[in-house]
Design a protein around this ligand. Sequence first.
Ligand SMILES: Cc1cc2nc3c(=O)[nH]c(=O)nc-3n(C[C@H](O)[C@H](O)[C@H](O)COP(=O)(O)OP(=O)(O)OC[C@H]3O[C@@H](n4cnc5c(N)ncnc54)[C@H](O)[C@@H]3O)c2cc1C
Length: 431
Amino acid sequence: MESLPKIETDLLIIGSGMAGMSAALFAANRKINTVLSGGAGGFEYSSGLLDLWGMSLTQKGKMSKKPWDMLEKIHYQTPDHPYAKLKEEWLKKAFFELTTSLKSHGLIYTGYNALNVLVMTPFGTLRPTYRLPQTMWSNVEAFKKKEPCLILDFKGLREFSAVFFKEVMKKDWHDLRTQCIEFPDTHLRSEIFTPFIARSLEIEQVQEKFLKQVKPHLRGESYLGLPAILGIHSSEKILNTLEKELDVTVFEIPTSPISVPGIRLKETMMNVLGGSSVTLQTNQRVTKVLKASEKGFECQLGLNINPVIVRSKAVLLATGRFLGKGLYADQKKITESLFNLPVYQPKTRRQWYNHDYFNPEGHKIHQAGIETDMLLRPVGKKRVPVYDNMFAAGSILAHQDWIRSKCGAGLSIGTSFHAIQSYLQIQQRAC
Ligand SMILES: Cc1cc2nc3c(=O)[nH]c(=O)nc-3n(C[C@H](O)[C@H](O)[C@H](O)COP(=O)(O)OP(=O)(O)OC[C@H]3O[C@@H](n4cnc5c(N)ncnc54)[C@H](O)[C@@H]3O)c2cc1C
């Protein structure tokens, strides 16, 4: 152990999903000496939409267009929810800071200040979200106007079917037409995937061939809808080129995983962190906790390949739930995988799930997780922080069901911003 390379840092962020990456971005903007550890999280699976809150708290099972009104209700309806610990002003600042940083690296997010928008999904349904990539803005507008529209897909593509989309949509939108075309230079492939198409479209010659293939299929439609394929790093530019050359308003439809907008988000966030105060150890998980105390933490990253010891004054835990392995469930109970922190959970396993899978109340297991104080420090039995200098953010937190309430990214962005503010507050107190 002694021989392993060592990194000294102020803050170790464990987990590089939406929560860990957002925390790293906020830490970088405040020049906090940080190490970010962990895999890519759910980015590749995520549609790339930034949800804040999408479900009504007054009408069970209904969507909500007014996320801020719902968040106000959370404070007295579900006071244990992590959102109830956040100031509205900070949550707004968090979204603004994140989207401004993304914009400065070429990824533009848009939306209304007070309202959710309804986005058309690959399943021909509508779902609420708070911020969406600029390349999807006309997706929202097109459904409202329902003017003639051509929806394209590609031979061999698995993640999106224009015909399926139209079949579900046609009851609301009569002027929809579909076409399946061959993406340039893919005639020898039996299968193609959206990330491959998106990376190919970054190349100018491929764009030219693509335009030639699409043009003959347009019959004066107002809109052209495509699965999300408009590049990884220059989606705006590609969108503008297509609109100009084809003389039609183009929009993207988010696809099922693997998702290009999710990859865009992840890679842009990595670019934002380049050259900052954050050292990226994003291919290394924390494999052992060697020391954990008020004085600081010592963690091993990696096992066999280039393991390294990180000594940090503070830790921000953003290791996610069961999929990311931040939480672990055996036959009897749920445990936290790294620090064995107390986990809020139903008393018995029988109570994990509702008998009725679609019960609008949801399942109690989804509320399990780490409880914290107002500074987002994990707490023990008497609600005393387990460590003064440990914070938690994102989906590992208890008393929230982000899938049901459609608040995945918002919860991660808001709690990671709050955790970084709390870290600074504790640092100031120590000085
Ligand atoms: C299919 C899918 C679609 C989604 N769509 C949307 C959407 O449309 N809109 C939206 O707002 N949100 C969406 N989300 C949610 C969002 O992407 C995030 O999953 C959510 O915000 C939770 O993020 P997180 O960082 O807390 O957890 P995760 O994304 O699970 O990330 C936790 C990370 O911690 C890592 N980790 C765990 N243990 C360790 C360790 N010991 N050392 C280092 N790293 C560790 C894990 O490997 C993982 O990478 C979607 C998620 C999924 C899965």
